[in-house]
Design a protein around this ligand. Structure first.
Ligand code: GDP
Length: 626
């Protein structure tokens, strides 16, 4: 509302003096990338950048020609000049970028080149319902790994091989349980998952995160197979789970629906093969799992980290084409040539086709989880794509930073001093968890007067740099969240010296819960008891009108009308939250009576006053928030 007002004021003000020479549009469309500058805008409409600077000035904002603008600024200026500004989303923009290199990710592929590929599965469900155990149990069933004597390592995803209806089949599992990672990937437009396995513990039934996971799967339009887990437990009630889930539209086949429910017990390893079969049956019934196996590989980075010896290691899931050692690839902002590829048994592989997860060595930087990757003709192409993406990200970041700053100043003007902000720095062991955490935190319901800012995030140990950044944060010192990482010694010392709090977590869910609680705590007023004074009861009268009246002498501090009171008799508290309902000095009403003076009072909430009782009065005062 305030912006409209401001605009009108400025329109009125500036109308007679307008002479910037900026062209007026007639509703023409101007496409601008997020974070574009006035120069970029001027380019598109054949204007002098200076004229747009001047226009912005008359609109009440100082913006330089090359500075990256917020969406709001671009839209405001567009509207003002009569252009229909369309801010191009990062995804569209990336498509345009790739098009310049003759790459079209959505290009139609020839039916004949398609081969069937394994389904990709994500395991979701409520905390403690057995997602991790289930992924472990499935991993152990793999014949191929067993024969090779290999032990499956955690690289972010793995494949198992089973015989299904006489055919050898494979299934790929994303090895990060939970819907945070799933949602984070989807938020970046990447869909890695074909099927969701929803784990529900048969002794606990449908829980809040079960429903959340289910909703995420539905939103992504991904079929669900329900693994009813922990059926080995005596209190397990797998039928109740089926019953409960019908309310959410998941009707078991045996009840006439079309969702597969499989009873399993991940810990003792019961029913795992049935579950794998259920996944394949569901895949075959409802999905067309085919992909081209020729051509440059395309896919998605699932997890990435910086390895001390090997440099950046990114686990990628190939979705189309064939990835080979020696290929030039770009994943998000990172590029490089594939030096080596490892499978989940840490065996070197030379090529990986659709639905095959492999850890790739040879990138120049650590990509983000959910970043798309693709192989291209040569090193130059991938480097240029990466560099252009980097430049774009920098511009977009600058725009958001500026956006925050102006939003803040605005709000500060509105309600001065009333805002509190919680600044966070997130460091984690892998980019997937950092992003999942950030994503979940940003989505927390936060009251208006509060702001949660993630001022930095990254992969790796907590460094002195992080601590410095935390103590340099604008309004308050930032808190550093270490997810599966610890600070280096010097960083720890620096944090101690500067009073920077570092909190460690190994479970995303817990981190989110605690931060949410902290946010609420920042708002809830904290009261503390402040003692006002004490009085001793000398006489007690009974009045037909007001009940018991106590004649007292104030022994310390003061007694105030309406103050809270407790009654102490022989050193023990006999009444807790009474109230001084009336207070008199001789015949007159008094608001307070000081130490050494006599007074008469009545207590609300306690009717049994006796001579020699001590009345202690106190107030609850709001403690200033720190
Ligand atoms: P997550 O939070 O969903 O990943 O759950 P976990 O896999 O960590 O399992 C939570 C707890 O349930 C652990 O103590 C497991 O040992 C236990 N658990 C998991 N599956 C089973 C099962 O099939 N039977 C029994 N009795 N316990 C299980």
């Amino acid at each position: 509302k305030s912006k409209k007002l401001r605009r009108q004021e400025f329109d009125n003000l500036s109308a007679p003096t307008m002479s910037s020479g900026a062209p007026r549009g007639n509703g023409q469309t101007v496409r601008l990338p997020r974070g574009a500058s006035l120069s970029d805008f001027a380019d598109r409409i054949n204007a002098n950048p200076g004229s747009l600077v001047q226009e912005m000035f008359t609109l009440g904002e100082m913006v330089t020609a090359t500075q990256s603008c917020t969406d709001e600024t671009l839209l405001l200026l567009g509207e003002h000049l009569g252009f229909d500004v369309q801010i191009v989303s990062p995804e569209d923009e990336d498509k345009e970028l790739l098009a310049r290199f003759n790459i079209d990710l959505d290009a139609e592929v020839d039916e004949e080149t398609l081969v069937s590929r394994p389904p990709v599965v994500t395991v979701m469900g409520h905390v403690d319902h057995g997602k991790t155990k289930l992924l472990d149990a499935i991993r152990k069933t793999d014949q191929v790994a067993r024969e090779a004597g290999g032990i499956t390592q955690h690289i972010g995803a793995y494949q198992v091989h089973v015989e299904h209806e006489g055919e050898p089949r494979a299934i790929t599992f994303i090895d990060t349980p939970g819907h945070e990672a799933f949602t984070a990937m989807r938020a970046r437009g990447a869909q890695a998952t074909d099927i969701v396995v929803l784990v529900v513990a048969a002794d606990d039934g449908v829980m809040p995160q079960t429903v959340e996971a289910l909703n995420h799967a539905k939103a992504a339009d991904v079929p669900i197979v329900v693994a009813v887990n922990k059926i080995d437990k005596p209190e397990a009630n797998p039928d109740k789970v089926r019953q409960q889930l019908t309310e959410y539209g998941l009707v078991a086949e045996e009840y006439g629906g079309d969702t597969m429910f499989v009873n399993v017990a991940a810990k003792p390893g019961i029913g795992i093969e049935d579950l794998l079969e259920g996944i394949l049956l569901t895949a075959d019934a409802s999905l067309d799992l085919r992909a081209p196996i020729d051509g440059h590989a395309q896919g998605i980075a699932i997890e990435a980290h910086l390895d001390k010896g090997r440099g950046p290691v990114a686990t990628v899931l190939v979705q189309k084409g064939m990835l080979r050692v020696g290929d030039s690839i770009v994943a998000g902002n990172a590029y490089g040539r594939v030096r080596a590829m490892l499978d989940e048994n840490l065996t070197q592989v030379s090529e990986a086709g659709p639905a095959r997860p492999v850890a790739v060595l040879g990138l120049t930087a650590v990509p983000g989880a959910g970043d798309t990757f693709l192989a291209a003709d040569d090193d130059r192409t991938v480097r240029q794509i990466a560099e252009q993406r980097q430049a774009r990200r920098r511009a977009a970041e600058q725009a958001t930073m500026r956006g925050r700053a102006t939003l803040e100043t605005l709000l500060e003007k509105i309600k001065e001093g009333e805002r509190t902000s919680l600044d966070l720095i997130i460091k984690g062991d892998v980019s997937g968890s950092v992003e999942a955490l950030e994503d979940a935190l940003v989505k927390l319901p936060i009251p208006e007067e509060l702001q949660l800012r993630i001022i930095h995030r990254g992969v790796g140990a907590i460094t002195e740099n992080d601590v410095n950044l935390a103590s340099a944060s604008a309004d308050a010192t930032a808190i550093i969240i270490g997810f599966n990482v610890r600070p280096m010694q010097q960083a720890r010392e620096l944090a101690d010296r500067n009073g920077v709090e570092i909190r460690y977590y190994t479970v995303i869910y817990q981190a989110i819960e605690e931060i949410e609680a902290a946010l609420k705590g920042m708002l809830k007023p904290v009261y503390e008891e402040v003692e006002l004074g004490t009085a001793e009861v000398r006489e007690v009268f009974r009045s037909s009108k007001v009940g018991l009246i106590a004649g007292c002498i104030v022994r310390s501090g003061l007694i105030r009308r309406n103050a809270k009171a407790r009654v102490i008799r022989d050193g023990a508290v006999v009444a807790e939250s009474a109230t001084v309902t009336s207070l008199k000095r001789f015949k007159d009403d008094a608001t307070e009576v000081r130490e050494g003076f006599e007074c008469g009072l009545t207590l609300g909430g306690f009717g049994g006053l006796q001579v020699d009782d001590v009345i202690e009065t106190y107030e609850m005062r709001e403690k200033p928030r720190v």
